[in-house]
Write a protein that binds this ligand. Structure first.
Ligand SMILES: NC(=O)C1=CN([C@@H]2O[C@H](COP(=O)(O)OP(=O)(O)OC[C@H]3O[C@@H](n4cnc5c(N)ncnc54)[C@H](OP(=O)(O)O)[C@@H]3O)[C@@H](O)[C@H]2O)C=CC1
Ligand SMILES: O=C1O[C@H](COP(=O)(O)O)[C@@H](O)[C@H](O)[C@H]1O
Length: 508
């Protein structure tokens, strides 16, 4: 990997402390950073280099998956000594001029070619001004490469996303822009590509002939936390659906390309998002369920309702839950509903994909008063990282009856790099496979836009759901209309445990 300068806007912020420094440190420990690198942190406050380096060290001690003692103190010092701090206000042109001097002097000191990565870990309203200042100050004039990593949210709706992109494009080429969607950095989301595309047996059944429906769930137990200002204007539809949920859907449904290359994967993802059947505003309520949590109990603890949360208007109609039924207009997926659902203050934290296969053998054992269960492929993304397959077998240990049994493949959680490690590493290598490309982002906003408008015009009922539940009943009805039910998480694979429907055990 080539030597580089990593310029971090928002170096004193929450994301930098919790995710970016630990990720850089773990890459360093794994030998995945180049032999020479310079990291320059930026923020408005005045900090000395020493204080900044101590803050970075503190964040490693607090948040790194590896202890800060995983390396010798001399190696830790070597890592920290790459950090410099520079005070900068994003609107101050003079600050960028001084920044350029610092970047160049470090490049000279370390005898490095000018490869520069600009990471914007700041509020989204600064994205365009920073990109432009990078161009105008000369920071973007490099002998080697330049890249821009930007955090979410990318726009507030279709038109703001387009205008942001137009501004970024004045300073960076599309292939230099790395839009972070941290779901694309999760190991099981990255594994989807291999699981689905590199296994001929799975490929053979990965289509409308064999799949009855696909369910993508991202449920959280947390509420709005300290993010009222942002979340009350975003809602689950912008916070989770437009980006993470649609990205996971694209990764699940993409077709087998002739070769696995970043550009082929990008093309296949685009084809899927392009083929999503639009949900028109007047009919949105037929396919979309909107919810807001009321008070309740989560993990045995009483929690307030959304409207009682600090910073939330008592009349807010913001969505903290969204479920939707999507159709992909493509011969491979014709007639297969894809259900997505995400919500805060749900009964459990779980991000998972359940693929339910058609079950033509359901009545095979009816003469013995038994029915077979559908085969399920369950890909657990978070907090467990596991793939399970449910099939039918006889339970010889008890009554010899039919029973759904499960085969599981578990990832070794503690050894797995975190999403930010993978994504930063990829950006340093120039591999954009697991970043959100502009056409995907634009098409996602295009698909979401009528739903945003339907919410705004109250054309979709806002259902209240009790904190600690599985969301509003209307979300169950959405599947019941098609003869399906949401599947729950499988239990950890100790005995032959089965994947439960939300309310009942299959074998009951
Ligand atoms: N925190 C998280 O978990 C997540 C955050 N994100 C995104 O990451 C980005 C950063 O979020 P987060 O770290 O939480 O935000 P914080 O509010 O914690 O940090 C903001 C950073 O921006 C700097 N800053 C603010 N105003 C200016 C300015 N005028 N000029 C220069 N620097 C400025 C602050 O430094 P100073 O005060 O010294 O000026 C600080 O370092 C946002 O886009 C957010 O949406 C995305 C996913 C998760
Ligand atoms: O981007 C976001 O994601 C988190 C959920 O991420 P996960 O990795 O814990 O599944 C969500 O809480 C947050 O609101 C959203 O901005």
């Amino acid at each position: 990997m080539e030597p580089m300068t990593y310029v971090l806007f928002g170096a004193t912020g929450d994301l930098a402390k919790r995710k970016i420094y630990p990720a850089l440190y773990n890459l360093f420990v794994d030998g995945k950073l180049p032999p020479s690198f310079s990291i320059i942190g930026l923020g408005r406050r005045e900090l000395s280099n020493d204080t900044f380096q101590s803050q970075v060290e503190q964040s490693l001690r607090q948040f790194s998956r590896r202890s800060a003692n995983a390396v010798s103190s001399s190696d830790l010092n070597a890592f920290l000594s790459a950090f410099r701090y520079h005070p900068l206000d994003v609107n101050n042109t003079e600050d960028y001029r001084k920044l350029l001097q610092l970047v160049k002097s470090r490049e000279d000191e370390l005898n490095m070619k000018s490869n520069r990565l600009f990471y914007l870990s700041v509020a989204p309203e600064f994205f365009d001004v920073i990109a432009l200042q990078i161009k105008e100050s000369g920071l973007g004039d490099t002998e080697g490469w330049k890249r821009l990593i930007i955090e979410k949210p990318f726009g507030h709706d279709l038109s703001s996303a387009r205008s942001l992109n137009a501004k970024l494009s004045e300073a960076f080429e599309e292939n230099e822009i790395y839009r972070i969607d941290h779901y694309l950095g999760k190991s099981m989301v990255q594994n989807l590509e291999t699981l689905v595309l590199a296994n001929p047996v799975i490929q053979a059944v990965w289509n409308k002939d064999h799949i009855a429906n696909v369910q993508i769930t991202a449920s959280e137990t947390v509420g709005v936390e300290e993010r009222a200002g942002y979340y009350d204007n975003a809602g689950a539809i912008r916070d989770m659906v437009q980006n993470h949920m649609l990205q996971v859907l694209m990764m699940t449904a993409l077709h087998l390309p002739s070769q696995i290359t970043p550009s082929n994967i990008k093309d296949e993802k685009r084809k899927i998002i392009q083929s999503l059947q639009p949900i028109n505003k007047p009919e949105a309520a037929l396919s979309v369920v909107r919810g807001q949590y009321a008070s309740g109990s989560v993990n045995g603890k009483d929690v307030p309702g959304y409207l009682e949360e600090p910073g939330i208007e008592a009349t807010s109609k913001n969505d903290t839950f969204v479920a939707a039924r999507l159709w992909i207009e493509d011969p491979k997926w014709e007639g297969v509903p894809f259900y997505i659902r995400t919500g805060k203050r749900m009964s459990g934290k779980s991000t998972r994909i359940v693929v339910e296969f058609k079950n033509p053998t359901k009545e095979l054992y009816l003469s013995r008063n038994e029915i077979t269960s559908p085969n399920l492929l369950v890909i657990e993304i978070n907090p467990n990282e596991r793939v399970s397959f449910q099939f039918n077998g006889k339970n010889f240990a008890s009554n010899g009856n039919l029973e759904p049994v499960q085969l599981s493949f578990n990832a070794e959680q503690d050894k797995l790099p975190e999403a930010y490690e993978r994504l930063i590493f990829d950006a340093l290598r120039g591999d954009a496979t697991f970043f959100a490309h502009w056409n995907e982002v634009e098409l996602s906003w295009q698909w979401v836009q009528p739903i945003l408008e339907a919410f705004e015009e109250n054309l979709v009922p806002l259902h209240s759901y009790e904190a600690g539940s599985n969301g509003p009943e209307a979300s169950d009805q959405l599947l019941e209309e098609d003869g399906f039910e949401w599947w729950l998480d499988p239990k950890p694979p100790q005995a032959n445990n089965i994947i439960r429907r939300e309310q009942t055990w299959i074998s009951a």
